[in-house]
Write a new protein. Structure first.
Length: 417
């Protein structure tokens, strides 16, 4: 297959401008010149994303030289890199937040899970045969040609995710490919009429291997999966095929009629995870045990989960209360979750309040209570909290004098008790 698609078009496409800068283009050209245009190719996700008009992120390059030669040439041109491949022939270049990976073309002589004994080669076809899916085995040269030995472009156009060669062999080489298969289904299509049956059956035969995948890698693939265009369809499929409970035990309790709404949410993992744990009535105590999350990520999910139960957000007054307590972005995310899960229309006045209303500062502080005779301590703290709760209940309208008068009332009542 040949398609006119040049390096500059790949990187400067308007839809990809948020991910790329001229600096990266210059760096790529420098790398191509360094190794020779006939010896290095853009491969995998970058080619796939451009053909499917998706944003370009990190870039993978395949080169016809062994890793030692690659590192030697990069050092000569003072291009900084990180070598974390442990003999597999991959070096990473981090530039202005973007990652460029250069991998020596190779074949896997022996495989041990995700590890392999490799042999470096100079042949695109041999290198392509070790890759997972046809849509990830397209190579773009600087001459504008796309080398597509497994007809990945055709599969991509039809929305078909298909293993290269024998699916069972591909999965045996790397069991993570089971989850990657479902992740790409969520990106490109999950219609039963286009699912590659041999690939699907091979994954289903190997689902017991999912438990052998590390929690970190399961989470990484799951986070990617739930942001796909067809995430709802794939989650329902995985639930029906008894796979979902192996990825995140307990989340299989989701109802198909509810999970469909996930596609209406922002493509942000914490919001979508929050959606799933809410509709599954998930035990939050088990979430970090079953899903790899950073502490602040878990805290945010917990905040949305508990706030969902606590607030209805059915009035402008309550919207102000929620925004005051949770902040702008969290309160908006919570409101969207409430409306989408409960299948209710967004109310413009409530949404505008969450977006534009500026919460006032509580007009009374500890020093003000000192001046009316309260010394610092338990009583002062309690009176301050009571006054603030009253101020919020009155829709943030009482001024400083009114709040101090109310504080005196609380103080008198506490002394009477």
């Amino acid at each position: 297959m040949e398609k006119k698609l040049f390096l500059e078009e790949l990187l400067v496409n308007k839809s990809n401008s948020q991910y790329t800068k001229w600096y990266e283009i210059k760096l790529l050209k420098k790398i191509f010149t360094l190794f020779g245009n006939d010896n290095i190719f853009i491969v995998g996700g970058a080619v796939r994303n451009v053909l499917s008009k998706k944003p370009l992120e990190d870039i993978d390059l395949a080169v016809k030289f062994n890793s030692e030669y690659v590192k030697k040439k990069l050092r000569e041109k003072e291009i900084k890199f990180i070598d974390l491949s442990k003999g597999h022939g991959t070096v990473s270049i981090i530039s202005k937040g973007n990652q460029i990976e250069i991998t020596s073309m190779r074949i896997d002589k022996e495989t041990y899970g995700r590890k392999a004994k490799v042999e470096f080669v100079k042949d695109i076809f041999l290198d392509s045969c070790r890759r997972d899916f046809t849509i990830n085995a397209m190579y773009l040269g600087s001459n504008g040609k796309i080398y597509d030995p497994h007809h990945g472009a055709t599969d991509l156009k039809r929305g078909i995710v298909k293993f290269i060669g024998d699916p069972q062999k591909r999965i045996k080489e790397d069991r993570l490919r089971i989850l990657r298969y479902f992740r790409f289904l969520s990106y490109y299509g999950c219609n039963k009429n286009i699912i590659h049956s041999v690939s699907m059956l091979s994954c289903l035969k190997s689902i017991k291997d999912i438990s052998k995948i590390s929690k970190e890698r399961r989470a990484y693939e799951f986070f990617k999966l739930i942001k796909g265009k067809y995430a709802a369809d794939v989650l329902i499929l995985m639930k029906n095929k008894k796979i979902l409970k192996l990825v995140l035990p307990g989340i299989e309790k989701i109802q198909s009629s509810s999970v469909i709404s996930i596609n209406k949410l922002k493509k942000q993992k914490l919001i979508r995870i929050s959606f799933l744990v809410i509709i599954a009535k998930y035990n939050l105590d088990k979430l970090r045990e079953n899903l790899f999350l950073k502490k602040h990520e878990f805290s945010y999910i917990k905040l949305l989960y508990l706030s969902y139960k606590l607030y209805d957000i059915c009035s402008v007054k309550e919207a102000r209360l929620v925004k005051y307590r949770l902040g702008r972005d969290t309160s908006i995310n919570l409101y969207y979750l409430k409306c989408i899960i409960n299948k209710k229309n967004l109310r413009k006045k409530i949404l505008k309040t969450l977006q534009d209303w500026l919460p006032p500062d509580f007009p009374v502080g500890g020093n003000d209570l000192n001046k009316i005779g309260l010394k610092r301590g338990v009583l002062l703290g309690r009176t301050l909290r009571q006054t603030q709760a009253w101020w919020i209940e009155k829709d943030f309208k009482p001024n400083k004098k009114q709040c101090l008068d109310k504080s005196r009332t609380f103080l008198i009542n506490s002394k009477l008790l």
